[in-house]
Design a protein around this ligand. Structure first.
Ligand SMILES: CC(C)(COP(=O)(O)OP(=O)(O)OC[C@H]1O[C@@H](n2cnc3c(N)ncnc32)[C@H](O)[C@@H]1OP(=O)(O)O)[C@@H](O)C(=O)NCCC(=O)NCCS
Length: 184
């Protein structure tokens, strides 16, 4: 089990196949909260679906080196962070993230992302991390802005969610900007 200690009882762990039952339970308990913004949370109905999700993360980790992690608080899974495939031509990736409702509002995602952004920037020397959030997902925008991401604009009807085309707010953080921030 690969664990990164965030302090205060919180940790990041690389998602492994044996986490599938816990991931499914977490999604079932938070489906309404997550599903408002994340299609995969609505689609994950069985342990096989959870295994499939984790397998995608393991495959990406194998191919790209950027891990998909779960966030645990007091030994309970409460969220996660994932990366999209690296575009090697422009040395860029995108990040995605989620928290259960009970774990929100305490800065856990901000701390998790600060730790996870070391992968693309410090270990893989990528130049850009992008982030896309539904224009209505204000909490997600706030996370991006708190981490120093720049709002780039709105991509109109670029995402299909729950049968509707939605506009996405586009954010990015560049390597120079990451380095200019103080990281303990
Ligand atoms: C997006 C999401 C992760 C944001 O969660 P969040 O709890 O607002 O984000 P954080 O964990 O960084 O916590 C920030 C909150 O904790 C508070 N906080 C407390 N201690 C803090 C600390 N040490 N550092 C930063 N914030 C702290 C902040 O004031 C803020 O609360 P506020 O918005 O009421 O002012 C969450 O809403 C979520 O997962 N939603 C469903 C899935 C989703 O939308 N995913 C993103 C798709 S793009």
């Amino acid at each position: 089990m690969f664990t990164y200690d965030l302090g205060d009882g919180a940790s990041l762990r690389i998602l492994e196949m044996w986490h599938a039952p816990e991931l499914l339970t977490f999604v079932q308990e938070n489906r309404a909260y997550l599903g408002e913004w994340l299609g995969w949370a609505n689609e994950m109905q069985t342990e096989g679906d959870a295994q499939h999700f984790i397998k995608r993360g393991i495959t990406r980790f194998y191919e790209d080196g950027l891990p998909w992690v779960g966030i645990w608080l007091n030994d309970q899974m409460v969220g996660g962070v994932l990366f999209f495939p690296i575009d090697h031509h422009i040395r860029a990736t995108e990040v995605g993230y989620w928290l259960g409702q009970q774990a929100a509002g305490r800065g856990l995602m901000t701390r998790s992302l600060r730790a996870m952004l070391r992968y693309p920037f410090d270990l893989f020397h990528l130049n850009r991390v992008g982030l896309q959030a539904d224009v209505r997902n204000v909490r997600s925008h706030t996370v991006a802005e708190r981490l120093g991401f720049t709002f780039e604009g709105i991509r109109r009807q670029v995402w299909e969610h729950n049968g509707q085309m939605v506009d996405m707010a586009s954010y990015s953080l560049l390597a120079d900007e990451w380095r200019a921030q103080a990281h303990s």
